[in-house]
Design a protein around this ligand. Sequence first.
Ligand code: PLP
Length: 441
Amino acid sequence: MTARPQFHMTTSEVLYDRAKRVLPGGVSRNTVLRSPHPLYVEHAEGCRVTDIEGVERIDFANNMASLIHGHAHPMVTDAVAAQLRKGTGFTLATEVEVRYAEHLVDRSASFEKVRFVNSGTEAVMAALKAARAYTGRAKIAKVEGAYHGAYDYAEVSQTSTPANWGKDDSPVSVPVAYGTPPKALEDVVVIPFNDPAKARSILDRHRGEVACVLIDPLPHRVGLLPATSPFVQMLRDWTTRHDALLVFDEVITFRSEYGGAQEWYDVRPDVTAMGKIIGGGFPVGALAGRSEVMDVMNPLASDVRFPHSGTFSANPVTMTAGLTAMELFDRPAVHRVNALAERARNGIEEAIAESGVAACVSGGGSMLRLHMKPELPTNYREAFSSPEEKRRLGIMLDHLFDSGFIMINTCSLTTSTVMGEAEVDGLVEAMRDGFRKIARL
Ligand SMILES: Cc1ncc(COP(=O)(O)O)c(C=O)c1O
């Protein structure tokens, strides 16, 4: 029997009570967990989200960086509504997937062919499997601390701690989930971020065995620090020399430039994994790259090296939403969201200097991240927060939330095309207050 809710409980408290009975921890994704309970959305429009208690907040989290035009953009909503009336998924192809693939291929010089999937996790998984199928090798290399979704291999060392990460010239392959197959750990080579010499020497120990090096050019969990050109160039040279592939994870960073953050470098990846904004608000993933590599999935080949399918892949709802959103996200729009993030960064840095709090800001494109550290970290180990830094970040996050601003839970933000300088300046002011509060601790 359901316990009778007490009269003083809020609607959210009652809902969370029910949720805990049927969902582990009361949530379907850990990122929405808040103390004492998650907030439940009533509706959202543009950059504003209203919860079921009637409180409106400005959204700088954008569903974990996946919304580039905020919520319920009328052009996306109208296009999707029209498609919904025509059907949502068929055991047949649709024109819109062809149009969308053509659009993406036009956005980046490294894209020749595209395959759509349903999430960033799936895009990274398919990219790694394509690399293995192409090279005939099992191992993959990745950066310590980098988040690439939930595939066993891609998640290795994502949550390493000082207690288990080992020496920095030979980082340990640390599992995320209990029961991860030891073979998966053995098949992942972990390299330090932005340290070409150490990374090359680790990779050299596995030459001839590595199918690909996987790199996020602005890895959020590593500290939201841009990969340096020498590091990316070294990875390109090393992979070319040793017949391995270079895979970019642009699930988040595709929002950084018209053709993704890869525009920052003089190198081209062989394959790029995407997700988030390219779904126009709907679940999505995609991998794109050189025809020769992508053709490991070609079902017309006499020997299909990587058979690949997915019931909801390229469903016309996601394709319609994604194509509409990305056509709207043209070069001027990219420039605008990046300029807003730059304005936020300048304002926050000024507020930090005024307050005297030990804090700094990292980021690039339309994202930034606050660190409660006196100086910018350079890699995952330096970005790792001490308990006191975590406590201070928590105070700032709660302060911002109470002041009406939703951030990503690492105290990172993403801008969108439906916000302007007023929203950014409002956030900066709230942060200024937050730093004052922290300075008084
Ligand atoms: C860089 C990166 N890769 C992959 C993923 C996984 O994407 P999804 O949550 O759509 O599975 C994420 C998600 O946050 C990500 O940030």
